[in-house]
Design a protein around this ligand. Structure first.
Ligand code: UD1
Ligand code: CA
Length: 450
């Protein structure tokens, strides 16, 4: 059975109190919408239609960056969830398969839940995803008759008896696409909100004698985000789950609650992560590495046996080969550090390559930016870069070369050469004593005046 996804993402998200469309707010550094799209991707959908409204262009851009085939259907006015789904009609014209509707602000859906909905579809015309709510609050209630779902009643329209039902509507449904559009054609807006409710398709389908059922999932999967507080809760839920997965996979987290992960963080077995480490998007750490306390990593790759931190910052394009060392207060950006190389203290290495077994001394800076353009620094193998060397890019230091401490390197250094570029030292006998005496006398005169 071919499937199409329709993701509803037109809502304004008023309670977020934000200029950013709600579905673009990130959880674990990835927009909620992308979480929803990735959850839906287990169905290998033939079409992915994103219904956008508020911030449509921004939402479309993010959706297309994730899946260039994503189709955008704009809902100019938000007249309700049925009206939102109806906007996908032209994108799905002639499509004979099933449609699965999900919300862009429900990021925790698990793949097997969608698979169970598709399975349930084989004996039913329409399948709704429900959950037993600890606090049913304002959710729509599922009115069941055995396995048959008779109708969904929105909280606002429900009687006291219906409000006592705890089996609630998640908002997800699966149905043949053309059948769903024909059911939606019959949906009106004569209800407490004056909206076109997608939930009304259940009653309409039952009137036509169609089979409708509900599949249940646990409530955590249907967690929706409506406010910044919800966003924080959702992130915490995500973090707890991701940390547990890493621990299961054989990663040591010394203080799991203090490690912040991104949705796509990959860490190999037997890697040790010390407390207070932050992973931004796009990080892979191989097996047997150590990420020491208070390090911040994003868009980088750390190979087996490498040791990073404490207090290291790896920025996008940092590529650390096996057994490298990147120590405290070191920032690495868009740079390859080859096997066994060390950058141990207080350095900035940006737009550079550092050869195998090279040692970068404390306080070394690649001066990669001239105020207008960025330039590359190339450092060979087995190089010894003396402390406080400034490498003014573009510049190349050959294999086996050395730079003297405090050198400002502005010209290429040949292999095996020593570069020294600093003022010659002069020692003046007795001068320090004279200077001290002079300064102390000056201070005494001033104190006397005051
Ligand atoms: C909806 C369900 C309710 C369910 C709840 C679960 C209906 C009528 N009610 O209620 O039964 O328990 O979700 O969270 O469907 N959207 C659009 N365009 C619109 C309206 C909404 O794209 O015109 C999108 C929103 O951006 C959001 C989703 O649809 O992602 C749900 O809309 P929302 O207004 O939050 O629905 P609820 O009232 O919470
Ligand atoms: Ca909602």
């Amino acid at each position: 059975m071919t499937t199409a996804l329709v993701i509803l993402a037109a809502g304004k998200g008023t309670r977020m109190n934000s200029d950013l469309p709600k579905v673009l707010h990130p959880i674990a550094q990835v927009p909620m919408l992308i979480h929803a799209m990735r959850a839906g991707s287990v169905l290998s959908p033939e079409h992915t239609v994103i219904v956008t409204g508020h911030g449509s262009e921004a939402v479309a851009k993010v959706a297309r960056a994730e899946d260039e085939g994503a189709q955008i259907a704009v809902q100019e006015d938000q007249l309700g969830t049925a009206h939102a789904v109806a906007q996908a009609r032209s994108a799905l014209s002639g499509f004979e398969g099933d449609v699965v509707v999900l919300y862009g602000d429900t990021p925790f859906l698990q793949p097997d839940t969608l698979e169970r909905m598709i399975e349930a579809r084989s004996g039913n015309d329409l399948v709704i995803l429900g959950f037993d709510a600890a606090d049913p609050a304002r959710y729509g209630r599922l009115v069941m008759n055995g396995d048959v779902l008779e109708r969904i009643v929105e909280f606002k329209d429900a009687s006291d008896e219906e409000r006592s039902i705890t089996f609630c509507n998640s908002g997800l449904l699966a149905c043949n696409a053309q059948l769903l559009f024909s059911l939606i054609d019959e949906v009106g807006n004569d209800n407490a909100s004056g909206e076109y409710y997608l939930t009304d398709v259940v009653e309409i389908a039952r009137r036509r004698g169609l089979n409708v059922t509900a599949v249940a999932c646990d409530e955590a999967q249907t967690l929706g985000v409506n406010s910044r507080a919800d966003l924080a809760t959702a992130d915490a839920v995500f973090q707890a789950r991701a940390r547990a997965e890493l621990l299961d996979m054989g990663v040591t987290l010394m203080a799991p609650d203090t490690v912040y992960l991104a949705a796509d963080t990959v860490v190999g077995r037997d890697t040790v992560i010390e407390p207070n480490v932050v992973f931004g998007p796009g990080v892979t750490v191989e097996s047997g590495a150590t990420i020491r306390a208070f390090s911040h990593l994003e868009g980088c790759h750390v190979s087996r046996g490498a040791v990073v931190g404490p207090y290291a910052r790896l920025r996008p394009g940092a590529e650390l080969a096996e057994n490298t060392r990147v120590g405290n207060f070191v920032e690495i950006k868009n740079a390859e550090i080859a096997e066994g190389a060390k950058v141990n203290h207080l350095s900035y290495i940006g737009d550079a390559s550092v050869g195998a077994a090279t040692n970068i001394g404390a306080g070394t800076i690649t001066c990669n930016y001239d105020g207008v353009m960025k330039h590359k620094t190339t450092i060979g193998e087995n190089v010894f870069v003396g402390s406080n060397t400034m490498l003014v890019a573009p510049v190349t230091v050959g294999d086996g070369a050395m730079t003297a401490t405090g050198t400002v390197v502005t010209r290429d250094v040949d292999p095996d050469a020593l570069a020294v570029a600093r003022a010659k030292q002069e020692n003046k006998p007795g001068y320090a004593r004279k200077l001290f005496d002079m300064l102390k006398a000056k201070k005494a005169r001033r104190d006397k005046k005051a």
